[in-house]
Every structure is written in structure tokens, then in C-alpha cells.
Design a protein around this ligand. Structure first.
Ligand code: ASP
Length: 436
């Protein structure tokens, strides 16, 4: 029989009602044998996520002040879920252990991880599944990086002995056995790790949207859901700001070619988005999605005969590296080279950077300008179709939007345009509508 790993995000487990939905989803398909929960998320838009409350507890406790109110709120949330679901399990002794940590050794990773840990205990009890503490099966190495080899060995051996299990997301343990978390949103990574170790046929990632949208719904009205996207396209779109899945969640499943299905807990019948290793281009649309964000700076360096000057590019990039600035794009022509960097990375470093660049390459002219936005138009269908770029440029021209940068990735899977920040939203809309 096939095997599925199902991960549920915080809003999918925010209260008893949401737990019931999750239970119904799991019971509807016996292939859903391994389940990865997040901590309880927001119940309403002005609610506070349990993880945020836990970090707040830790902050206060580190300052020597016991976080009575925050800790009470956390306990209340779990107690409510237990009562409303009529569970027989009690978390009171677990609360005592956490309190003890807060009083004696408030470690942020340990405290933050308790959101998932406690939720995992509740979900396991509700489903009648075995609870597996992630600290026993997910590991980080001496440098604090995720230890893929050790984890895969221990976790797959453990899962083989179990018919079904709940493994809390977001954390594991370091080489000394201390609890360590992934970065925020890291339960997505745990789901992917479990899917790989279980050799799952599919990794289902349940959230509160019916999949990945072709554009940001705050900018484009009612964007279409992407039905199929490749890992590579997803990375391009995520890098540009489209967020549904943690960026690092792709890696473990990608290694074994396991597809990910983004699904909606509140509408489980909707097909959602399939993230796959490779796929034929979508017949319906040339582009898969469009995403972008503001806050880029362009450094433009001009020098006659630049193309003949050996090591010019290297010297420019060396200056950036020496100042701890990574570049995003590097469009160039015969006598000009532009470097696109995030405005944030330049904070407090502009003058020194310009001085060092002048010293390194003695340009005829150098200019640094803030206030640009980049938009990536992504689609595996572009490679085999002509006219994609012209559709983008035509749409922008018709709407009197000036393009300041054009960059087509060599994979021919994306075209990036740079516009002024003030044109960003409109540019994104007109590009989307040029294709749909
Ligand atoms: N609860 C953690 C967070 O809020 C991890 C997760 O939900 O994936 O970041």
C-alpha cells in the first residue's frame, strides 16, 4: 500500500474544531500513516501563535522575570483543546517541566519547540497514533546544521517499526542531545524529512490556502491556483517572496523525488498544488507564476573598454564580498556592469562600498540608486514558446511602466524585470493579466 506523510500547519491545529478537521482528513485515507503537526496557530487574525507566546515567555524569563501571563495563555490554549475534544490525556506534568526550564534555564530553542511537542501529544492521543519525540530522531551536527545522514538512518529505522505515528515539527536535537529548532516555519522541513525517511509516495502539506497562487492575492485580485509546479520553479518564486512552504523543505524530498501536495485543511477536496521534480509545460498557460518584491538597489559601474580588462568583475565582486554583501543579479553590457543588491544589505555601508569600488576598478562613472523592485515571471513553458518576453514588455509599455532592468536566467525558465518601487504593484498586475 502507498504511504503518505501529512503535515498540518498552525492554523490547521489552532483549536479543537480544527483538530476535528485534521482527524477527519487522516481517517479518510489509511495511507496517511505519519503525521507532522505545527504548534497551534492563530484562531483569528488578531490572535497570537503559541510559538510567539513561547518566545515571549523565554525573553521575559531570560530577563529574570517569570512570564506568568504568557505562560497562562499557553496552558489555557492546550487545556481548551483537551476539554473540547474530550481527550483523556493530561499535559499538567509537561507544563511543570516547561515551567521549571523557564525558571532555571530558559533556552529559546527548547522553549519554542514545546508548541509542537505538546500539540503532537494531543494529536497522537486523538488519533490513537504513537507519539515520537522529534528530539530522538532528527539531528543537527556540531556546526548546528541539519544532519541528514544520521537523521535518515535513525528515523527510517524507527518508522519501520511503527504502523503509524505523530512526529512533532520544527525541532530535533543537537550533537549534545539538546533540543534545537529549525528556523521559523520549520515544521515544513520536518514533514519533508519524515517523508524521505519513510520513503513516502507523497508529502501532503496541509495549510489554510488551496495551494500556491499564481500571484500575490494582496496585489492581484483572485489569482489562479497553480496546479503543478516543479521544485525549480518553486524555488524561483519563493526566492522572490511567494511564501507557502519553507524554502528548506524542498531539499529532503527532492533527493528522493517525492512530490509535495499543498492542500487546504478547510477544503480538503480541492486538489491544491502538486510540486514535482519535472513536468510538461501546463497547456493552459505559458507562465507558472509571477512574484516579486521591493527594496533593491542598483550599483551601475561604467568604464570604457571594460570588456578587455581582465579580472574587472572579480574585483567588483571581491569588494562586495569583503563587505559581507551578497549580490542578487549581475546584468552587464560591454562597458557597464550593474550589480543588484538588497537595500537592506547596504545599510551603513554605502559610502565605504563606493570608495572601495572606485579604488578597485577606477570606473569612469559609478552610481548607486535605491528604490527598485524586481519581478520574476517564472514558467517552464517559456523555453519552448516564443513571444513571452514581448508579452511582458508590451504589457508594461502599454501601461507606461518604465523597465530599468531585464534579466533572463540561462535556464530560460524565468524573466526578471526591474521597475521603480512605485510601479511595483501595477507592474505585477499587468504582467499577470498579460497571460491570464
Ligand atoms: N511553530 C513554528 C513557527 O511558528 C514552526 C512552524 O509552524 O512551522 O515558526
Amino acid at each position: 500500500m502507498e504511504l503518505l506523510v501529512a503535515k498540518f500547519g498552525g492554523s490547521s491545529l489552532a483549536n479543537a474544531q480544527q483538530f476535528r478537521k485534521v482527524e477527519a482528513i487522516i481517517r479518510a485515507d489509511a495511507r496517511r500513516r505519519f503525521v507532522v503537526p505545527s504548534a497551534p496557530g492563530k484562531r483569528t487574525s488578531d490572535d497570537i501563535k503559541v510559538t510567539d507566546l513561547l518566545y515571549a515567555c523565554c525573553n521575559r524569563a531570560s530577563g529574570g522575570d517569570f512570564p506568568t501571563e504568557e505562560f497562562e495563555l499557553i496552558k489555557k490554549r492546550y487545556r481548551e483543546i483537551i476539554d473540547e475534544l474530550g481527550l483523556s490525556v493530561s499535559l499538567e506534568s509537561e507544563f511543570d517541566v516547561i515551567e521549571e526550564h523557564l525558571r532555571t534555564a530558559p533556552d529559546a530553542d527548547y522553549i519554542a519547540s514545546r508548541g509542537e511537542y505538546l500539540n503532537g501529544i494531543l494529536l497522537a492521543d486523538l488519533l490513537g497514533y504513537t507519539f515520537v519525540d522529534a528530539a530522538e530522531v532528527i539531528f543537527f551536527d556540531q556546526r548546528g546544521r541539519y544532519d541528514d545522514v544520521r537523521t535518515n538512518k535513525v528515523l527510517s529505522a524507527r518508522l519501520k517499526t511503527l504502523e503509524n505515528a505523530v512526529i512533532p515539527g520544527f525541532y530535533g536535537s543537537d550533537y549534545k542531545g539538546r533540543v534545537k529548532t529549525f528556523s521559523r516555519g520549520g515544521s515544513d522541513i520536518t514533514g519533508s524529512i519524515v517523508a524521505r525517511a519513510a520513503d513516502a509516495d507523497l508529502y501532503e502539506n496541509f495549510t489554510d490556502v488551496s495551494g500556491f497562487l499564481m500571484a500575490d492575492p494582496r496585489i492581484v485580485e483572485n489569482p489562479k491556483v497553480i496546479r503543478t509546479i516543479t521544485y525549480h520553479e518553486l524555488r524561483e518564486l519563493s526566492y522572490m517572496g511567494a511564501t507557502v512552504l519553507h524554502e528548506d523543505a524542498i531539499f529532503p524530498v527532492r533527493q528522493s523525488g517525492i512530490p509535495i501536495n499543498i492542500k487546504n485543511t478547510n477544503d480538503p477536496a480541492a486538489p491544491g498544488t502538486m510540486i514535482v521534480p519535472a513536468a510538461p509545460a501546463d497547456e493552459g498557460s505559458v507562465i507558472t507564476g509571477v512574484a516579486g518584491h521591493k527594496g533593491f538597489s542598483f550599483i551601475t559601474i561604467e568604464k570604457e573598454m571594460m570588456n578587455n580588462e581582465l579580472g574587472f568583475g572579480r574585483r567588483v565582486l571581491q569588494v562586495l564580498e569583503d563587505n559581507g554583501i551578497s549580490f542578487e543579479h549581475l546584468p552587464s553590457s560591454i562597458d557597464t556592469m550593474s550589480v543588484v543588491v538588497s537595500e537592506q544589505s547596504l545599510a551603513g555601508k554605502k559610502q565605504i562600498l563606493l570608495d572601495e569600488l572606485c579604488a578597485a576598478v577606477t570606473p569612469d562613472h559609478i552610481n548607486l540608486e535605491d528604490g527598485f523592485a524586481l519581478i520574476a515571471v517564472v514558467g517552464r513553458g517559456m523555453k519552448s514558446k516564443h513571444g513571452t518576453a514581448s508579452r511582458i514588455f508590451d504589457a508594461l509599455a502599454k501601461n507606461e511602466i518604465n523597465i530599468h532592468l531585464i534579466d533572463q536566467g540561462s535556464s530560460e525558465m524565468n524573466i526578471i524585470v526591474g521597475v521603480k518601487d512605485s510601479d511595483f504593484e501595477q507592474a505585477l498586475r499587468v504582467i499577470y493579466h498579460a497571460f491570464l
